[in-house]
Design a protein. Sequence first.
Length: 378
Amino acid sequence: MITRVSALAITGFLLIAVTYGMARFAWGLMLPSVGQDITLSPRAAGLIAACSYIAYCFSSLCASWLTGRFGARATAIAAALCAALGLSLLASSSSAAQLAAGLFVAGLSSGLASPALAAAVSQRVAENRQSTTNTFINAGTGGGIILSVPVLLFIPWGWRGACVAFAVLALLCLLPVMRYLPAAREQGAENKQSWRQVLLCRTLQRLALIAFICGIASAAWWNFGPDILQNHLHIAKETTSMLWLVSGGAGIAGVFTGALAAHMGWNRVYWLALLCMAAPLALLALSHGYSSWFIPAAALCGVGYITLSGVLLVCGASATAQAPATGVGIVFFMLATGQVAGSVVFGQLYGLLGAALSLWIFAGLALLIMLLPPIKGA
């Protein structure tokens, strides 16, 4: 028999799978097919992709207020509805502007989901099980990416049919969300910690800085990985898509983050995640063509990023234990802001210095941030 905690964890995993894996990260897999139906310049494609990041940053900041005002269930419902609406808009798009609007609305969903689920876990799960539950939920991104590939391959009507299928799955998530997530606000949630108190928290300030720099370091792979594989290493599009699937799908291993931290400690898991991010970048910098090592390297990129985001999620929720949605929202906002900044910086370095040296710089940044662990003195 499924316990209440297990039902909450599975519901959260499914919601993250839809909002992150399908409404956000599946866009990279769909883009080549979209480009065949709707003419997109490289600049337009970049601006459209940026809409998802902008929406994510905006909604992750609003999510803590929404959760405190309306409760975790209402915010999670809003996340599922944004995913369904955004994906429906994408499916019916006939221009770049409509694609941008759809991706923006879909992008709102992921920023709403994580803080709402962190608040739900804080309310319904015993403190000694919260970290494991949060990291299990966070690994839903990998599950969503894994599921999105067969949907894209086998659903009729190509990427438009896939978007419709994703939208239906988002609506189906409403059933467990309404059943298993708490409807009531936390008792006195709005009075526990003000935004000023939260922002003055030294631990959260440290985590925000770490998340920003980690976001910068992660941008090399997540924003430029396919371009580097195809244009720098001259790897076929089909192989690039396969490596991207491996990278995203391997993130499901993030379900073990909490269990691993119970044995190693959060700082050691954090260091391991950063090594997993840095090593593949160094391998790409040294490579001149396809290698069988790219498969485990791509997997490490996915595992490293999902594990790292799980560590930041748990530490953010713990830093603001009286307002976990606020802590998670701020940390994930800084992670996304770092990805935007990293995309700009890497793009400039890529053009000036070439791919190899740029990759070495970003691999070095991932190693350098290891000197600033999330739990000071641990």
